[in-house]
Design a protein around this ligand. Structure first.
Ligand code: PEP
Length: 255
């Protein structure tokens, strides 16, 4: 049986009313579905976490955040700690998203500090990695992935590796409407699995590998069927309740 996680990254979208409405829609869909074996996660903006935590309490819908600081408190104006997220019912935290790497200059060293702090706290990091179009076109995809994985996973033990989710998100596929092809996803996910098994041993076979980059209800069938794909990190399509629900339905075929 394949592990499956369908995760929505709402980015900087939804005010509190829109967020509650979207969460209610997903909850309604999950309630009315005969069987949903995948884990389903939504990652709204920080300000919507607490109100949504009240809605999802006691349900199977998981709540995640899009970022965190690695310290638990202190003089870090504008930042949010893992402990604060814990009080909002968060189980997963996205780190290393390409938008944070590109627009906020997040380095692999910083991402590694966040990852270790998240693991220490007992939460699940969703570590995003991926190459730009220039890096792919110059034949450097796997050099980039290996550099990111080595640096971001520095200090992680073989016992801890299964508690990490890795999202392969080719930067050129994010928000463009052009997903990676099946062949490209098969190649990248097989490569990541093998890299992790060589580095961490057999336990790495249990790491959930998500694909992200213009995943939607039209291409989900093909992409979620791939052996080493354990779900998706979904931006645009997760903001439309019907599309997100359809992806959850499709995932059910492959769990
Ligand atoms: C993302 O932001 O992680 C993402 C995959 O976005 P989109 O689905 O819109 O490409």
């Amino acid at each position: 049986m394949k592990k499956m996680l369908i995760a929505g990254n709402w980015k900087m979208n939804t005010n509190v009313f829109e967020a509650e409405k979207l969460a209610q829609y997903i909850l309604g869909f999950l309630k009315s579905s005969d069987e949903v074996s995948s884990k389903v996660l939504i990652c709204p903006p920080f300000t919507n976490l607490y109100p949504i935590s009240k809605l999802v309490d006691g349900t199977s819908l998981l709540l995640g955040s899009q970022n965190c600081h690695f310290e638990q408190k202190g003089a870090f104006t504008g930042e949010i700690s893992i402990e604060m997220l814990d009080y909002c019912g968060v189980s997963h935290i996205i780190i290393g998203h390409s938008e944070r790497r590109a627009y906020f200059d997040e380095s692999d060293e910083l991402i590694n500090k966040k990852l270790l702090a998240i693991l220490d706290f007992g939460k699940t990091p969703i570590l995003c990695i991926g190459e730009t179009l220039d890096e792919r076109n110059s034949g450097n995809t796997f050099n980039v992935l290996s550099k990111q994985l080595n640096a971001d996973l520095e200090g992680v033990s073989a016992e801890a590796i299964e508690n990490i989710v890795i999202a392969y998100e080719p930067v050129w596929a994010i928000g463009t409407g052009v997903s990676a092809t099946t062949e490209q996803v098969v190649e990248a996910h097989n490569w990541i699995r093998q890299f992790l098994v060589e580095k961490f041993g057999e336990a790495a076979k249990g790491v959930a590998l998500l694909y992200g980059g213009s995943l939607n209800e039209k291409n989900a069938n093909e992409l979620l069927a791939i052996e080493n794909v354990n779900g998706g990190l979904i931006g645009g399509a997760s903001l439309k309740g019907e599309s997100f629900a359809e992806i959850i339905k499709i995932a059910q075929k492959y769990v």
